[in-house]
Design a protein around this ligand. Structure first.
Ligand SMILES: Cc1cc2nc3c(=O)[nH]c(=O)nc-3n(C[C@H](O)[C@H](O)[C@H](O)COP(=O)(O)OP(=O)(O)OC[C@H]3O[C@@H](n4cnc5c(N)ncnc54)[C@H](O)[C@@H]3O)c2cc1C
Length: 386
C-alpha cells in the first residue's frame, strides 16, 4: 500500500483546509441562505465535483485523493454537518449519476451539480424501511409513457434544500434486488414536497428531511439506470459514501485531537500541566492510536475502490472503525477538558456529530452482518453422516 498523494493533491488539501478555516467556520446552525452561500463558495473551490469525470465538470480524482480532500475539509471547518452534506451530495448523488446516467443525463446535471449551482439529495430510507430497504413502500407505476410515484421518504440529507432528488421506488413488487428503480426528479415537480430540516443531536449544519411524493409524474428519461437497477445504484452510491464521506470525520477528529493536546499542555492543576499526568497523556496516546488506525483503514478502503475492488469489505470495516473512533474521541476529548468539555465547544460538538455516524450509510450492526456473511459465517453446513 502506498498512500502518497500526488503533489498537486497535497497542495489542494492545504488550500482546502485554509479555505474551510476562512469561509466555512462557525455555523453549526442551519439557514437556507447561508447554506447556499457556502455551497456556491465550495463549488468554486472545485470540491463538489472532485471525483466526477473532467468532461462533466469535475476533477476526475480517485477515491484516495477524495478521502484526503474530505479529511482536509474536516480539519478546516468546525461545521462537520456542512462537510457531511457536501460529501453526501458528491458521493451518494453525483457518483451514481456519473456511473449509471445516460450521456444526456450526465451533461444535463453533472456540470451544474459540480459547480455549486445545484444541490442534490438521495432519498432511500422510509419511515418503515431503514436498514431493510427492500421493505420500502414508495411505488413507481408505469402509466403510458410516464411513471407515477407515490410514497414518503425520511432522513434524506440535503432534501430540504435540494434542486434534484434521486428517489428509490418499487417498480416490481416482490422483485427483491431487481424490484427497485432510481429516478432523478427536479424539486419543482408537481406532487413533490420536502419537509423542514429535522432538529438533530449533531450534524446540525446538514439539513436532513422528509420527501413526500403524491402522484408525481415523470417521463421515462428520468430513470437513472435501467428499470430494476435501483439496488445496484444504491449499492454503488453506498460504496462511495461509506468510504469517502468518512474522510470528513477523520479531519474533524484530527482537529479536535490537536486542540486536546494543546489544552492538556496549557491547563494546569496541582502546579503542573495536566498533560504531565499519565492518566491524561495515556488517554491522548490512545486517542491518537485510534484515529491513526481508523485513518489507515479508510485509506485502504479508498485504495481498494480506486483499484476497482468492489469495496464492500474494506469500506464496511473502515466505516465501523472511523465512526466508533469518532464517538470515543468525542468522549475522551470531553474528559480531558473536564467541565470545560461539557459546555459548548469542539469536544462536545464532535461527540454530537459523531453519534449519527454509527447509523448513516448503513448502521454498524448491518455492516457487521454483511462482513459476517462475507466471512462465510452463519452458512448452514451439511450434517456429516458416519
Ligand atoms: C444524519 C443522517 C443522514 C441520513 N441521510 C440519509 C440520506 O441521505 N438518504 C437516505 O435514504 N437515508 C439517510 N439516512 C437514514 C439512514 O440511512 C438510516 O437511518 C439507516 O439506514 C438506519 O435505518 P433506521 O434509522 O430506520 O434504523 P432501523 O433499521 O430501524 O434500525 C434500528 C436499530 O436496529 C438495528 N438493526 C436493524 N436491523 C438489524 C439486523 N438485521 N441486524 C442487527 N441489527 C439490526 C440497527 O442497526 C439499529 O441499531 C440518514 C440518517 C441520518 C441520521
Amino acid at each position: 500500500m502506498n498512500f502518497d498523494l500526488p503533489t498537486d493533491t497535497a497542495a489542494m488539501c492545504q488550500a482546502l483546509t485554509a479555505f474551510a478555516r476562512r469561509d466555512l467556520r462557525g455555523a453549526e446552525t442551519f439557514t437556507p441562505e447561508d447554506f447556499r452561500r457556502r455551497w456556491s463558495l465550495t463549488g468554486k473551490q472545485g470540491v463538489l465535483g472532485l471525483t466526477v469525470p473532467e468532461e462533466y465538470g469535475g476533477s476526475g480524482m480517485d477515491a484516495v485523493s477524495a478521502v484526503a480532500l474530505m479529511e482536509a475539509l474536516g480539519v478546516g471547518t468546525d461545521d462537520t454537518g456542512f462537510g457531511f452534506s457536501v460529501a453526501a451530495h458528491l458521493f451518494a448523488c453525483l457518483m451514481p449519476i456519473a456511473e449509471f446516467g445516460t450521456p444526456e443525463q450526465k451533461l444535463r446535471w453533472l456540470p451544474r451539480l459540480s459547480s455549486g449551482e445545484l444541490i442534490a439529495a438521495h432519498a432511500i430510507t422510509e419511515p418503515e424501511a431503514g436498514s431493510d430497504i427492500f421493505a420500502m413502500r414508495t411505488t413507481a407505476e408505469l402509466r403510458g409513457d410516464e411513471y407515477v410515484l407515490n410514497g414518503t421518504k425520511a432522513f434524506a440529507t440535503n432534501a430540504p434544500v435540494a434542486d434534484i432528488l434521486l428517489v428509490q421506488a418499487v417498480t416490481s413488487p416482490g422483485g427483491g434486488f431487481f424490484g427497485l428503480t432510481t429516478f432523478i426528479i427536479e424539486s419543482g415537480t408537481r406532487g413533490l414536497r420536502t419537509g423542514p430540516p429535522y432538529s438533530k443531536v449533531g450534524l446540525r449544519g446538514s439539513p436532513t428531511g422528509e420527501v413526500y411524493l403524491e402522484d408525481v409524474c415523470v417521463p421515462r428519461d428520468c430513470l437513472l439506470g435501467s428499470p430494476g437497477a435501483g439496488a445496484a445504484v444504491f449499492s454503488a452510491s453506498m460504496r462511495w459514501e461509506r468510504t469517502c464521506l468518512f474522510g470528513v470525520y477523520l479531519g474533524a477528529m484530527r482537529r479536535v485531537l490537536d486542540s486536546t493536546i494543546e489544552f492538556a499542555n496549557e491547563r494546569e492543576q496541582f502546579g503542573t500541566s495536566i498533560g504531565e499526568f499519565q492518566a491524561v497523556s495515556h488517554r491522548i496516546v490512545d486517542m491518537v492510536a485510534s484515529v491513526e488506525s481508523a485513518r489507515l483503514m479508510l485509506f485502504k478502503a479508498a485504495d481498494d475502490l480506486s483499484h476497482g475492488g468492489n469495496g464492500e469489505i474494506w469500506s464496511a470495516l473502515a466505516k465501523i472503525a472511523v465512526s466508533e473512533a469518532a464517538v470515543r474521541l468525542g468522549l475522551d476529548a470531553i474528559q480531558v477538558r473536564g467541565s470545560l468539555g461539557v459546555i459548548d465547544g469542539e469536544a462536545e460538538t464532535l461527540l454530537r456529530d459523531a453519534l449519527p455516524s454509527r447509523i448513516v450509510s448503513g448502521t454498524n450492526e448491518i455492516q457487521k452482518n454483511n462482513l459476517a456473511r462475507a466471512l462465510g459465517l452463519g452458512r448452514r453446513r451439511p450434517v456429516r453422516r458416519r
